[in-house]
Design a binder for this molecule. Structure first.
Ligand code: PHE
Length: 297
């Protein structure tokens, strides 16, 4: 990658026209090829979210992000972040082109490698894009890799993913919901209030506010079985957020062997994203205002 305009993916001509070819390989971060616009996009998003997350993100997120010394001046170099990570928790970032096949992704996590999309969104996508980019991965996911308990949870998840992959598609659906409602969209109770730790939230301006301040979504206490049955949203803000009390709670709840759990859950129906159940520990029951009527995945 030496051109000044970073190339995201190769394209291949087929009978359906040109289609992108995603490589699952680890790639060197082509740092010299980031344009001024790319660095500017990073700066805009970085400054905006840092300000917004004061008092909204959990303290571990804020403190650890500062330890990396990320700044708005330039897109960070993976090599620099890796030096900090290596000393602290032994995690390493590896560059990738985009989303990976499940098993490849799980194998990285199981070996304490976190795949980071190397390219950054375009200026007209500051508020939303459908797939993870560098800002989501670096700003959103990397800080908590410095937090020892959370760092272990991520590795355990990767190992659990390799295992679930060998069990079957339904087990993978259950496990993916857990990732979604914790790693991507989790809330944590801290200092008497709710705070954000999910990466999908911290990298989104709108959802950083919505998840805590809007009366519309449900906020429900963490419950492993319940989460594994709950469908979710990929194209709107979540209808329900699950709240943990600590990262230790997450670690302890997910330590047991999931095999019997997958078997038990296979006999139970899934739960629509916005439902509240009789057994839920409800922090806030959502008004449901503005919810889409279909589209849960
Ligand atoms: N305990 C899970 C299993 O046996 C593994 C796991 C740990 C999954 C942490 C997710 C998070 O499959």
């Amino acid at each position: 990658m030496t051109s000044s305009e970073p190339r995201r993916v190769e394209h291949q001509q087929t009978d359906k026209g040109y289609v992108p070819v995603y490589t699952t390989a680890v790639v060197e971060q082509p740092w010299a090829s980031y344009s001024r616009t790319d660095h500017q996009t990073w700066a805009t998003l970085f400054e905006r979210q840092r300000e917004l997350l004061k008092g909204r993100a959990c303290r571990e997120f804020i403190v650890n992000q500062e330890r990396f010394g990320m700044s708005p001046d330039a897109i960070p170099r993976f090599d620099d972040l890796n030096e900090v990570l290596a000393k602290a928790t032994g995690w390493q970032l590896v560059g990738v082109e985009g989303l990976l096949p499940e098993l490849v992704f799980f194998d990285h996590l199981a070996n304490r490698r976190f795949p980071v999309t190397w390219w950054i969104r375009k200026p007209d996508q500051l508020d939303y894009l459908a797939e993870p980019d560098l800002f989501h991965d670096l700003f959103g996911h990397v800080p908590l890799l410095l937090e020892p308990v959370f760092a272990d949870y991520m590795q355990a998840y990767g190992r659990g993913g390799v295992k679930a992959h060998g069990i079957g598609a339904e087990a993978l659906v259950n496990l993916t919901r857990l990732y979604w409602y914790t790693v991507e969209f989790g809330l944590i109770r801290q200092d008497g209030g709710l705070r954000i730790y999910g990466s999908g939230i911290v990298s989104s301006k709108g959802e950083s506010i919505y998840c805590l301040e809007s009366p519309a979504p449900n906020r429900i206490g963490f419950d492993l079985r319940r989460i594994m049955r709950t469908r979710y949203r990929i194209d709107t803000y979540q209808k329900t957020y699950f709240v943990i009390d600590s990262f230790e709670q997450l670690m302890d709840a997910t330590r047991p062997d999931f095999r019997p759990l997958y078997a038990e859950l296979a006999a139970q129906p899934s739960i629509p994203a916005g439902d509240v159940l009789a057994g839920d520990s409800v922090h806030h029951r959502g008004t449901g205002e503005g919810w889409a009527t279909d589209g849960d995945v």
